[in-house]
Design a protein around this ligand. Structure first.
Ligand SMILES: [Zn+2]
Length: 572
């Protein structure tokens, strides 16, 4: 492709509304343009990336025996009423009526449509297992579309649905799809982790999310550098560890001391010259219409999702200062578990609190704290449990290596649906004994447009995108620094033709722009390799080749370039 013919309108300025890197760079590098809020046009460069990700997905799914089909985007309300989701899906469902005033929606997902198809067309155990997929636009009327392709209202998904005879068959299919996903994201050149997750709204019991590691991620995860353990911070279980400042602590007697104006963990630990680990953090929550108390060690982060598991409730929020005063007689900052009326307030404590000796907590009196608190003796607890969030460097529960804490962008998810939809839509098959049984289903999504955006979130620098080779729109750009120099232009054209003939995707920057402008665009668009034809050709008969990731390139003779590039691309 000659750059002058390519529709890749690059911009020097960052668009004002673009909050995240992928949105900024995909707009600036001429990959996408906004049509309306959360709806984008994919320009040729983006379409090439989408096609590459899609073809990796197709190859891996086809190899695993899945079959591609195409389901309608427009779905009749009747099916959604039958599954019970028409009325619960809410405003995110794009609804429309035809000229006969029949209700339809634009598909945000396709469980209903596919189950309807399979219940009509598949009747015998001989047809099972069956795994069907499609790559198609999906629609979700987000309240606040943002972050470019990360949370759009129209987006590209691969969705697959599996049908098995029984739970055992589903378990096998699920594992197979999990392995397929590992191969897909590895081939895309992304650093990712499969994380066990909560099943959320779609339902079903077991689910894994595939997370691309990137600072812009919406989820906090921990993962092990040595084994494949990874978990969402929200649910990652913690091992209690004991902190002792003294090798042989002797429990002292409870004592109230003056701590004027010291209302935070930091202030109290500074004031008393003790570690934060020696303090008990006391937090009052309003849990629906009840006030509860949660205790963790002073250096720990209280995990509200875990608290909700210990104390099931719908709404959980910090209690108001008035409410705290009403219960403790003190203002927040000096509160603690000692002396609370246990008939009216339930106290939940993290497992580590039980191990503390000579701890420090608020005295439920302005300007006072207790020292030498012995948790089991000086106050009672309704229930101990895992109430804190896991921290970086804690030992991996599988192998003991120090955990790494990062953010992740969810690009794929595998679900075991079981019989949720086959029950609702009465989808059955006849088994070997002539008995009717419900189909066991799984569903498996990959955000294709989101995968493109997260590849950018993971691979960029101040100059632009750094595409992984496997999904780069083009692999090589050739930059002759002066197209009016006959020798440079001729060598550039020869290399261009030679690379094209050997099947390498290459752009020749044939514009009459200054070299600096061409280099800036090349870095912004993010081609993995750049071949520069400049003064060195005239002086020494050499050209330069440089990878986008490296600062400096190497020089080479023009006739060696194709072999060099082939081997370089093979190793990237
Ligand atoms: Zn490990």
């Amino acid at each position: 492709m000659y750059f002058s013919k390519l529709l890749a309108p690059t911009l020097r300025e960052t668009p004002a509304e673009a909050e995240v890197i992928s949105h900024q760079l995909l707009v600036r590098a001429g990959f996408i343009r906004k049509s309306s809020s959360g709806v984008y046009t994919y320009l040729p460069l983006a379409q090439k990336v989408i096609a590459k990700i899609s073809s990796i997905i197709r190859e891996e799914l086809d190899k695993a025996g899945c079959q591609e089909l195409m389901l309608p985007i427009i779905q009749p309300a009747e099916l959604w009423l039958e599954s019970g989701r028409w009325n619960v899906y809410g405003k995110e469902l794009f609804r429309l009526q035809d000229r006969h005033e029949r209700d339809f929606c634009l598909g945000p997902t396709h469980e209903e449509i596919i189950t309807d198809l399979v219940r009509a067309e598949v009747t015998s155990y001989r047809d099972l297992p069956l795994n069907l997929y499609q790559i198609q636009n999906k629609y979700r009327d987000e309240r606040r579309p943002r972050f470019g392709l990360m949370r759009g209202r129209e987006f590209i998904m691969k969705d697959a649905y599996s049908f098995d005879k029984d739970e055992e068959g589903l378990a096998q299919t699920y594992q197979q799809m999990y392995d397929v996903y590992q191969r897909i994201f590895t081939r895309c050149g992304l650093m990712f982790r499969a994380v066990e997750a909560d099943s959320g709204a779609i339902g079903g019991s077991i689910t894994h999310e595939f997370m691309v590691i990137a600072d812009a991620g919406e989820a906090e995860i921990v993962y092990c550098p040595e084994c494949d353990y990874a978990a969402n911070i929200e649910i990652a279980s913690c091992q209690p560890s004991r902190f002792v400042s003294d090798d042989n602590p002797i429990p002292g007697n409870l004592e109230k001391i003056k701590t004027p104006g010291k209302t935070t963990i930091e202030m109290v630990s500074d004031f008393l010259s003790v570690a934060k680990q020696e303090l008990i953090k006391t937090v009052f929550y309003q849990a629906d219409d009840e006030v509860i108390v949660a205790l963790v060690r002073g250096d720990r982060t209280l995990n509200e999702i875990k608290l909700k598991r210990l104390h099931p409730c719908v709404d959980l929020e910090m209690a108001s200062a008035e409410k705290i005063k009403e219960i403790t007689g003190s203002e927040p900052g000096y509160v603690g578990p000692i002396g609370l009326d246990r008939d009216s307030v339930k106290v939940y404590a993290d497992n580590e609190v039980k191990m503390m000796i000579n701890a420090i907590c608020g005295a439920n009196e302005r300007n006072y704290h207790f020292i030498n608190v012995q948790p089991e003796k000086d106050f009672s607890v309704t229930m101990y449990g895992d109430l804190r969030s896991v921290e970086e460097d804690e030992p991996c529960p599988h192998c003991g290596a120090a955990l790494i804490k990062r953010r992740g962008i969810e690009v794929g998810q595998v679900f075991k649906l079981g019989t949720k939809y086959s029950t609702a839509l009465n989808a059955k098959y006849v088994d070997e004994n002539g008995q009717e049984n419900l189909l066991h289903m799984g569903c498996y999504g990959i955000g294709v447009s989101r995968t493109m955006a997260s590849a950018v979130e993971q691979n960029f620098d101040r100059d632009g995108i750094i595409w992984p080779v496997a999904i780069a729109p083009f692999q090589v750009v050739i930059v002759p620094i002066d197209i009016n120099n006959d020798r440079m232009w001729e060598v550039a054209k020869n290399i261009y033709n030679e690379l094209k003939e050997s099947g390498i995707e290459v752009v020749l920057d044939d514009r009459g722009e200054r070299a600096g402008v061409k280099f800036k665009d090349a870095d912004l668009i993010g081609y993995p390799l750049r071949v520069t034809i400049g003064k060195k050709l005239i002086e020494d008969g050499l050209i330069e080749i440089k990878s986008r990731k490296e600062k400096n390139g190497i020089t080479i003779k023009p006739e060696e370039i194709t072999v060099y590039i082939q081997s370089k691309l093979g190793n990237m």
